[in-house]
Design a protein around this ligand. Structure first.
Ligand SMILES: *[C@@H]1O[C@H](CO)[C@@H](O)[C@H](O)[C@H]1NC(C)=O
Ligand SMILES: *[C@@H]1O[C@H](CO)[C@@H](O)[C@H](O)[C@H]1NC(C)=O
Ligand SMILES: *[C@@H]1O[C@H](CO)[C@@H](O)[C@H](O)[C@H]1NC(C)=O
Ligand SMILES: *[C@@H]1O[C@H](CO)[C@@H](O)[C@H](O)[C@H]1NC(C)=O
Ligand SMILES: *[C@@H]1O[C@H](CO)[C@@H](O)[C@H](O)[C@H]1NC(C)=O
Ligand SMILES: *[C@@H]1O[C@H](CO)[C@@H](O)[C@H](O)[C@H]1NC(C)=O
Ligand SMILES: *[C@@H]1O[C@H](CO)[C@@H](O)[C@H](O)[C@H]1NC(C)=O
Ligand SMILES: *[C@@H]1O[C@H](CO)[C@@H](O)[C@H](O)[C@H]1NC(C)=O
Ligand SMILES: *[C@@H]1O[C@H](CO)[C@@H](O)[C@H](O)[C@H]1NC(C)=O
Ligand SMILES: *[C@@H]1O[C@H](CO)[C@@H](O)[C@H](O)[C@H]1NC(C)=O
Ligand SMILES: *[C@@H]1O[C@H](CO)[C@@H](O)[C@H](O)[C@H]1NC(C)=O
Length: 516
């Protein structure tokens, strides 16, 4: 098949007619014969999809591909991880392998990201797995208080959730690629966000030989303390809820004060750390009512102290040391997620299932000093990916791109900045040949934030990563496109600590900015 490719390229007009039947036949027969026992892996089934043949929630495949499902047994051999690999027809394949990560508690394959990657212009063979457990056996993948989640009681399944989610299937997936195209992929990439961002850090840290380039978005790689931040915010707001109207009022006030700090009034705060907004300025004068005709006009003392606590983030009750960063100016609008929802979905299930193994455990009794060490031992060691020592990945010439929205309502935006500083401290200086962080003004969790529909929400990270890995072009800026409001606005994302400065021209054109 390999030797016929140049000929087929030479007669491009005939290419489809000649290639498709062959590829289709290989999909139904050849893929099942690939020997994967060395990888504890069994091929389950395969299906051929012509272009347009698979519709994944409204997005169809632009290239024909062969889908192969396989099962990897792991742990003591009783556990299994299911993964799918999508092998584009050989003419569309450019010798690149891409693995995608999971979100939240995983247990399902991220077909949405697989489709994005398959449809990209980069000729990727794309694989994605379920992280070694089934959402269907774990409350449909949704954590909830007082609910038994089997995967959190099996140490092998806990390791497979984040530490080894991708590494467990990558060798077998690469073997399928090699067998299908007659040689190994030239380059291997990974893309994941949220839990997938943590899985990206796990790869760099624990499995540095598997990938040449990694994209880690909104990384929850300090997962145990991310869960603490959800619990903290849930507790802070348990008696004093901040309503959507109060949150809107506050973000509007923040925007008014911070928008122009970067020299351009565009409904966007380029760097929230540079704005000196003081929440006290929104305090109600004692003689004023909080609301008049239903609209919020000021904040009560109780509301102000809750805002301060969420901006501050969780701290130890004994000595005040920070346990996770707080939230940034301009992100308030979507804090409803923090008002119990995320504590119920992640913190309480992790405490009850993984840390205390007691579904009756009452999280209100979490001791914000003495219980932190218990959390670190019982959860942190199994699910955190925070070692700054990425030297093995650096020795492998690995490259990593991290993105983080300033208005992410789940992950406190400055955590990736702190972690980058930890990595810089470990290596004793600049690490931009290894890892670059792109903060996204008005960005949310793995994409758009509700308050910022005018902000481009598609980050061209994979394009930048390929340029970096394959052509040595270090990314100091990344294009973003496709805002939810449907405009054709583009923006320039800058490698931190750079930020985009407006020069001249259309404020909605990324060429009007420079990174500095
Ligand atoms: C399937 O692919 C393999 C490996 O590239 C090749 O040797 C074989 O001839 C192909 N089979 C068919 C039926 O196209
Ligand atoms: C396959 O599984 C066995 C036992 O479960 C384990 O010892 C071995 O390391 C696994 N092999 C690979 C390649 O993962
Ligand atoms: C292939 O296996 C996967 C994983 O078990 C399953 O979800 C899918 O329905 C199977 N497809 C076919 C065509 O049998
Ligand atoms: C794909 O599926 C969506 C529903 O998920 C449907 O609205 C859409 O019409 C389908 N598109 C095609 C081309 O079949
Ligand atoms: C694995 O399955 C075997 C056979 O069902 C059982 O005897 C063994 O206890 C299981 N091991 C674990 C760790 O669940
Ligand atoms: C809020 O209070 C309720 C009632 O005491 C409790 O069930 C819930 O767990 C609390 N939520 C948080 C995040 O502390
Ligand atoms: C409600 O009150 C605010 C502040 O007092 C005022 O600006 C606004 O016009 C009022 N809205 C209506 C619908 O009366
Ligand atoms: C607070 O206590 C913890 C646990 O003993 C310790 O690790 C940390 O360094 C202390 N922080 C400060 C600011 O004293
Ligand atoms: C959890 O503990 C808090 C504080 O001690 C208490 O108010 C609440 O009733 C307890 N919740 C349950 C369900 O026992
Ligand atoms: C990385 O390479 C350096 C220099 O060759 C070597 O000293 C170091 O041991 C390597 N580290 C790892 C983790 O491979
Ligand atoms: C809050 O603002 C959003 C836009 O960011 C708007 O859609 C929503 O209706 C507002 N809600 C309230 C209660 O003001």
């Amino acid at each position: 098949m390999r030797s016929s490719v140049p000929l087929l390229l030479a007669v491009a007009g005939l290419a489809n007619a000649l290639v498709l039947p062959q590829q289709a036949a290989n999909c139904s027969t050849f893929t099942k014969s690939i020997a994967l026992s060395n990888y504890n892996t069994t091929v389950l089934n395969s299906t051929y999809y012509p272009a347009g043949g698979l519709n994944n929630s409204g997005t169809v495949n632009s290239v024909a591909f062969c889908e192969v499902y396989s099962s990897v047994s792991y742990g003591t051999g009783n556990d299994s991880l299911i993964f799918a690999i999508w092998l584009p027809d050989v003419l569309q394949y450019e010798s690149r392998f891409m693995a995608v990560g999971n979100g939240g508690m995983a247990g399902t394959i991220d077909y949405t990201n697989m489709m994005t990657q398959l449809n990209s212009a980069y000729g990727l063979a794309v694989a994605g797995g379920n992280a070694g457990h089934l959402a269907s056996l774990n409350n449909a993948g949704n954590g909830a208080p007082d609910t038994y989640l089997p995967y959190l009681h099996d140490p092998a399944q806990v390791s497979a959730w984040i530490h080894d989610a991708i590494s467990l299937f990558t060798p077998a997936a690469k073997a399928i690629v090699s067998a299908s195209y007659g040689k190994p992929a030239t380059y291997s990439y990974y893309d994941g966000c949220s839990t997938g961002g943590a899985q990206g850090f796990a790869l760099a840290q624990l499995h540095p030989e598997l990938f040449d380039g990694i994209v880690a978005g909104s990384p929850g790689n300090w997962y145990s303390h991310l869960a603490l931040s959800f619990l903290w915010n849930g507790q802070q707001t348990n008696t004093t809820m901040l309503s959507q109207a109060v949150l809107n009022f506050t973000t509007n006030a923040v925007m008014k004060e911070c928008d122009a700090v970067d020299g351009v009034k565009d409904g966007l705060i380029e760097d929230p750390l540079r704005c000196a907004f003081d929440i006290n300025t929104l305090a109600c004068q004692s003689s004023y009512a909080t609301t008049s005709n239903g609209s919020v006009t000021c904040l009560t003392p109780a509301q102000i102290s809750v805002f301060k606590a969420i901006y501050q983030g969780p701290v130890r009750s004994d000595n005040g040391s920070q346990l996770y960063p707080g939230f940034s100016l301009g992100s308030e609008n979507e804090w409803l997620y923090q008002e119990g929802y995320l504590a119920d979905a992640f913190s309480i299930p992790i405490l009850q299932n993984l840390v205390y193994d007691n579904l009756a455990y009452n999280s209100s009794n979490f001791n914000w000093a003495s219980d932190v060490a218990t959390l670190d031992t019982k959860a942190g060691l199994c699910i955190d990916e925070i070692s700054p020592d990425l030297s093995a990945f650096r020795n492998h010439s690995g490259k990593m791109i991290v993105t983080q929205g300033w208005s992410d309502p789940l992950n406190a935006a400055t955590w990736p900045i702190e972690h980058l500083e930890q990595i810089e401290n470990f290596f004793g200086g600049d690490v931009s040949n290894l890892i670059n962080l792109f903060m996204v003004p008005g960005g949310g969790h793995c994409g758009a934030a509700m308050y910022y529909p005018h902000v481009p929400a598609e980050y061209h990270t994979v394009a930048a990563l390929i340029d970096w890995v394959e052509r040595g072009q270090k990314p100091d800026q990344i294009l973003s496109t496709n805002p939810p409001d449907g405009s054709d606005a583009t923006r320039k994302l800058c490698a931190w600590p750079g930020t985009a400065r407006y020069i001249a021209g259309n404020v909605d054109d990324w060429n009007s900015y420079v990174c500095e």
